[in-house]
Design a protein around this ligand. Structure first.
Ligand SMILES: NC(=O)c1ccc[n+]([C@@H]2O[C@H](COP(=O)([O-])OP(=O)(O)OC[C@H]3O[C@@H](n4cnc5c(N)ncnc54)[C@H](OP(=O)(O)O)[C@@H]3O)[C@@H](O)[C@H]2O)c1
Length: 285
């Protein structure tokens, strides 16, 4: 398996030989989303994936996929080279205390825990442990996620490339400076909930005008999907695409005027700021 720093060739070799062994400590929603992505894309054979959790609640599904499961976190570490740490943040320090004696320089640990900084992770792990901090969002479970990650000291380009390759079936995955991770939480992790609220409000507007909720909800969701695809595929600034829909004196400019009057723009900016600040506070707790 790959060695510390710049081990791109070794990792790629391992992946081609289907020798890569991937572990998940924590088997919940986010781990499941990433696991499903890896399996659907054939990135790692199911028999090379091992997952731990205290109860069988989530493990049964992994067994159906052909993965190995255990209640012992140490077993995951002993059986894997790449280990996703996918417990809730408040549980992670205890889990790391348990794993610490068995961590070697061969391991690449990837923490998903919101608010837990690389500095804290490195403090809780043996000196020189290769650790990455990954922040996905929930649509990763449907392979349309937006994930960012930052690397700790001693993590080489090969390790970062390996993570990007593993996550490629789950959506976009960009390396960013660590302070951007909390901004990503405010923009995208929490952002999906802003979009749900917006979708709900759009649908309720249609209900107010006489359309049934089921149909209105479906149309609102498809409208968001279409608008998001236009943004991504044209690469245009949102203001340009918005302008394209505005006929002078037409319906859209009348609707947009009401949104601006209700301070939608400033409200959304404040929401991203508030959630980012909360993510920073949670990291300090
Ligand atoms: N959900 C999101 O939108 C989102 C977005 C970005 C990042 N994250 C991060 O992803 C991580 C997981 O979130 P989630 O939503 O997937 O949580 P979740 O669905 O509650 O899953 C947590 C998992 O951790 C397991 N667990 C609890 N204590 C454990 C222990 N001592 N050792 C091993 N496993 C243990 C649970 O076991 P049982 O199966 O027995 O309950 C469960 O499988 C969190 O750190 C969160 O900050 C989540």
């Amino acid at each position: 398996m790959g060695r510390r720093g710049g081990a791109r060739g070794a990792w790629r070799g391992a992946m081609e030989a289907e020798e890569l062994r991937v572990g998940f400590v924590g088997a919940g929603r986010m781990a499941g989303g990433l696991g499903r992505g890896l399996l659907r894309a054939g990135k790692v054979p199911a028999s090379n994936i091992i997952v731990s959790a205290p109860s069988d609640r989530n493990l049964a599904e992994w067994r159906e996929w052909g993965c190995r499961t255990t209640h012992c976190n140490l077993e995951v570490l002993q059986e894997s080279t790449v280990v996703f740490l996918a417990t809730k943040p408040h549980v992670l320090p205890t889990v790391l205390q348990e794993l610490r004696p068995a961590v070697t320089s061969q391991h690449l640990l990837i923490s998903l825990a919101a608010g837990v900084t690389l500095q804290k992770l490195q403090r809780l792990l043996p000196t020189g442990t290769k650790v990455l901090r990954l922040m996905p969002n929930l649509p990763c479970v449907l392979q349309v996620g937006a994930a960012v990650f930052s690397r700790g000291t001693g993590v080489g380009d090969g390790d970062a490339a390996l993570l990007q390759s593993l996550l490629s079936p789950c959506g976009m995955c960009e390396e960013v400076p660590e302070p951007y991770i909390n901004i990503h939480t405010g923009l995208s992790g929490s952002g999906v909930a802003y979009v749900y609220l917006f979708a709900e409000a759009m649908a309720e507007g249609a209900v107010k005008m006489g359309m049934p909720m089921g149909l209105a909800s479906k149309i609102a969701a498809q409208t968001l999907l279409g608008a998001a695809k236009m943004l991504l595929e044209t690469g245009e600034h949102p203001a340009k695409l918005r302008g394209d829909v505005c006929t002078p004196g037409g319906t859209t400019i009348h609707g947009l005027y009401q949104l601006e009057k209700g301070a939608l723009r400033a409200t959304v900016m404040n929401a991203v700021q508030a959630a980012t600040e909360r993510a920073c506070e949670m990291g300090e707790d």
